[in-house]
Design a binder for this molecule. Structure first.
Ligand code: SF4
Length: 256
């Protein structure tokens, strides 16, 4: 099958392309990601993907980077959710209901573009590498891919690549690929930073609690040692008194 594979970056493309090629598909990658911000990040991911794809002889089509279009489609959804969370970025990161509508709008924008392109350029189907990430909404990806494909009149080739995420991570590390630490949009960058800060805070609190527990343990041990020492001293004093009394008795008997 002649397949247009939407890809978000190089590391996420490794395993899906291996699997799809093994199944005999003729692949072209579509880098259509107006979600990625800032521009330098967009370029860095694109260049990493293109350098790897050139080595694999997989053609890459790049779309137009239109952050304004992404803001109009998904950014405004993200702003509404953030306002509903009272500006709490960490809450947005943790609560699916706050994040999912934004990601759905983001998938929709990118898949509609990919499906349109697939139809225009005579591809049989459109697919995506997004479903390799366990941090994405897999079911929503499927729904939106199928929806966009039906709308454009091409087939959707959805696969859940999550079981291959660890292997993709290993291979991309081994290949020295640039590996980003946030999904792509400005919200995800702030959320990833908030999650890292929260993890750091929790680790520090756990260390503090452990140190306090150890200090308590040490204080209890010290108190036990002091009590034992006092007990030994009292016993020694009692014995000394006994010895002195016996000595005095012996001296009295001798003097008689
Ligand atoms: S977190 Fe990722 S999928 Fe969700 S809106 Fe941001 S870039 Fe899109």
């Amino acid at each position: 099958m002649k397949l247009l594979l939407h890809a978000c970056c190089g590391p996420c493309s490794l395993e899906p392309t291996r699997i799809l090629r093994a199944a005999g598909h003729d692949l072209t990658i579509a880098y259509l990601n107006s979600n990625i911000a800032p521009a330098a990040e967009y370029v860095r991911r694109r260049d990493t993907l293109c350098a790897w794809a050139a080595g694999e002889r997989i053609p890459v089509i790049e779309g137009t980077w239109e952050p304004e279009a992404w803001e109009a489609a998904a950014g405004r959804v993200g702003e509404t959710a953030l306002a509903a969370a009272g500006g709490d970025v960490l809450r947005c990161a943790m609560e699916t209901s706050l994040r999912e509508p934004r990601c759905r709008a983001c998938y929709r924008l990118r898949f509609e573009e990919a499906a349109r392109l697939a139809a225009e350029q005579g591809f049989d189907a459109v697919g995506t590498t997004l479903s390799v990430s366990p941090y994405q909404f897999t079911d929503v990806i499927r729904e939106e891919l199928e929806r966009a494909a039906a709308q454009a009149g091409v087939n959707a080739l959805f696969e859940d690549y999550r079981p291959f995420y660890d292997e993709a991570t290993r291979r991309s590390r081994e290949a020295g690929m640039y590996r980003q630490n946030f999904c792509g949009c400005r919200f995800s960058e702030a959320e990833a930073a908030a999650e890292r800060a929260e993890r750091k805070r929790l680790r520090a609190a756990a260390r503090e609690a452990e140190a306090a527990a150890h200090a308590e343990e040490r204080a209890a041990e010290e108190a036990a040692r002091t009590a034992k020492k006092a007990e030994r001293a009292a016993y020694a004093e009692k014995q000394a008194r006994k010895r002195a009394a016996l000595k005095a008795l012996r001296e009295q008997q001798r003097d008689r």
